[in-house]
Design a protein around this ligand. Structure first.
Ligand code: MN
Length: 232
C-alpha cells in the first residue's frame, strides 16, 4: 500500500482503538479472553458430528482440530514474552491491526472461528424472532431480505473470507471480509458469521460454496446466538 493508504489505515486504527472493546459491547463474557497470558480455544459447543450432514464430522475435525487450533498456537507463540501476553483477544486484534499483520491475522482468525462455531448449532435455521426479526425488517425491509443479504455477502466474497451480519451505528448490516478481517476493525459489532474459506466446505461440497451456505441457512444457523449479540 502507498503512504496515503497507510495513513488512512493508521487513522482508522486510532479511531477504532479509541472506541475500545467496551464501546463495541465486547464484554468479559466474550469468547476468547486470555487466561494466564495465553489465548484459549473454547470447547466446540456440540459434538463434532452434530452438524452433519450439512457439515460433516470430518470437516469439523479438520476445521476445529487443525485450522482453528493452528491459529491459536501461532497467536500464543507470537505473543509469548511480549506486552501482548495477558491481553484479551480483542485488545490484540484491535492493537495489532495495521501494525503487525502476522499477529493480527492469526489472532483475528482465532476470534472469527470462536464466533463461527457459536453461529451454528444442530437444529438451527428457522425464523429469527423478537428484536432480531424487528431489526432485520428495519435494516433490510424484511427478515427474508436480511437473510438474502447475508447469503449474498457470503456467496460473493471473492476468495477466502467471511460473511457477516453486524451492527453499524445501531443498525443491522450485511458485510463480507477477506481473509482474517473482522468488522470490529471498522467499528462494527459482529452479530453472526459464515466462514467461506474453502477449508470450511471443500471436503463436503468441493467448489459448491452456495450449497454449503444453503445448508447453514436452512439447518444450522444459530439465530439465538445472533439475538444475544444485539445486547450491548
Ligand atoms: Mn475457517
Amino acid at each position: 500500500m502507498d503512504q496515503s493508504q497507510k495513513g488512512m489505515q493508521r487513522r482508522r486504527f486510532i479511531k477504532t482503538a479509541a472506541l475500545g472493546t467496551a464501546a463495541l459491547g465486547l464484554g468479559a463474557a466474550w469468547p476468547g479472553s486470555a487466561r494466564a497470558g495465553e489465548i484459549v480455544r473454547p470447547p466446540l459447543p456440540y459434538a463434532q458430528d452434530a452438524l452433519a450432514p450439512y457439515i460433516s464430522a470430518r470437516t469439523v475435525s479438520f476445521h476445529y482440530g487443525k485450522h482453528h487450533l493452528g491459529y491459536v498456537k501461532k497467536t500464543n507463540a507470537a505473543i509469548k514474552g511480549t506486552p501482548w501476553a495477558g491481553k484479551s483477544l480483542e485488545q490484540i486484534i484491535l492493537g495489532a491491526y495495521g501494525k503487525d499483520d502476522y499477529l493480527f491475522n492469526n489472532a483475528a482468525q482465532v476470534w472469527n472461528h470462536n464466533f463461527y462455531w457459536q453461529s451454528l448449532k444442530p437444529g438451527g435455521g428457522g425464523e429469527p424472532t423478537g428484536k432480531l426479526a424487528a431489526m432485520m425488517k428495519a435494516g433490510f425491509g424484511s427478515v427474508d431480505q436480511a437473510k438474502q443479504a447475508l447469503v449474498k455477502a457470503a456467496a460473493t466474497r471473492f476468495g477466502s473470507g467471511w460473511g457477516w451480519l453486524a451492527l453499524k451505528d445501531g443498525k443491522l448490516v450485511a458485510v463480507s471480509s477477506s481473509n482474517a478481517l473482522n468488522p470490529m476493525v471498522d467499528g462494527m459489532k459482529p452479530v453472526i458469521t459464515i466462514d467461506v474459506w474453502e477449508h470450511a466446505y471443500y471436503l463436503d461440497y468441493q467448489n459448491r460454496r452456495g450449497d454449503y451456505i444453503k445448508g447453514i441457512m436452512g439447518h444450522l444457523i444459530n439465530w439465538d446466538f445472533a439475538a444475544k449479540n444485539l445486547a450491548s
